[in-house]
Design a protein around this ligand. Sequence first.
Ligand code: NAI
Ligand code: 13P
Length: 328
Amino acid sequence: MVTGTIGVIGGGAWGTALAQVAAGSGEALLWARESEVVESINAARENRLFLPGIALDPAIRATDDLSALAGCEALLVVTPAQHMRAVLAAMPRLEAPLILCAKGMEESTTKLMHDVAREEQPDAPIAVLSGPTFAHEVAARQPAAVTLAVEAQAVGERLRARLARPWFRPYLSDDVIGAEIGGAVKNVLAIACGVVEGRGLGLNARAALISRGFAEMTRFGLARGARAETLAGLSGLGDLVLTCSSTSSRNFSLGKGLGEGRSAAELLRDRRTVAEGAFTAPVLDRAARAAGVDMPIVAAVCALLSGEGSVGEVVERLLARPLRAEGA
Ligand SMILES: NC(=O)C1=CN([C@@H]2O[C@H](COP(=O)(O)OP(=O)(O)OC[C@H]3O[C@@H](n4cnc5c(N)ncnc54)[C@H](O)[C@@H]3O)[C@@H](O)[C@H]2O)C=CC1
Ligand SMILES: O=C(CO)COP(=O)(O)O
């Protein structure tokens, strides 16, 4: 059983919500880049910048000193995907388990987060925590379930015991690749579903897009070594359904703006919060083409983000694709 302090790297909405989870059975020490986040958590028990209005557990302490987390018994790594490598590289060599929580792929290398973490911290056991979890609901202790994927079962059981709450249920898996691919791909598909909403294309179109998007996720996942059952579980289909259904999703909201005719540049300018799908889309498109995997919805999202076509043209291109068998 992991009984000591859990470190949380990243004081955005999700890092703060996970600190709330970890603080339910011990101390959570959260590192945030922004001094105002550190001050607001320590002085007011609230993250006013990224998770306003939620009272935080007194067992959460915040720090701006990354090295202070080196002695923690396990570390939840919750920076945006593009910043994870730099943050892990800035830490001393770690042996405590790293629980990766970002949903994305590295732009410069097309690598998944566990590959990046292994390169930067080769001695640390790696776990992936992913699933349908809006931060504000988890932080308010509303019921949620996640996939906790770890290759070493004993490590997984220890982490699950430390993180499980009556309202937060981790389901163990050993499919680290599958858990990561689900979370990364669903963000891109959520942008596409937002476009459907913004353009007023209807609920039938959205359901079709979720199903055909899931077929793309499955094709890509299987090509990269994921298991189909993981992709159909909490971290894949579960998170896809959540994120494709609500403006609480930053990715869905971004797509909705695109569907309403606003440009990606305008929508992404001056953002404080992260919409990971905007970074993942071109990387995923590149990786899919390299692997010979057909991902037309992902390609359509890329075209919209890069301004290569209007919403009308991109939708028309998707609908003009040849008709084929459902399983093909
Ligand atoms: N918010 C949510 O409901 C959920 C988010 N996630 C994932 O968690 C990850 C973090 O997202 P959120 O906590 O929502 O972030 P957020 O959008 O609430 O905040 C942005 C975060 O990015 C950090 N950041 C910005 N520039 C940085 C840099 N140069 N180096 C390191 N960090 C930097 C900020 O400090 C802040 O922590 C993402 O991969 C997201 O997909 C996963 C599940 C739920
Ligand atoms: O990953 C999430 C829910 O599981 C959060 O989705 P957004 O990043 O689109 O807000």
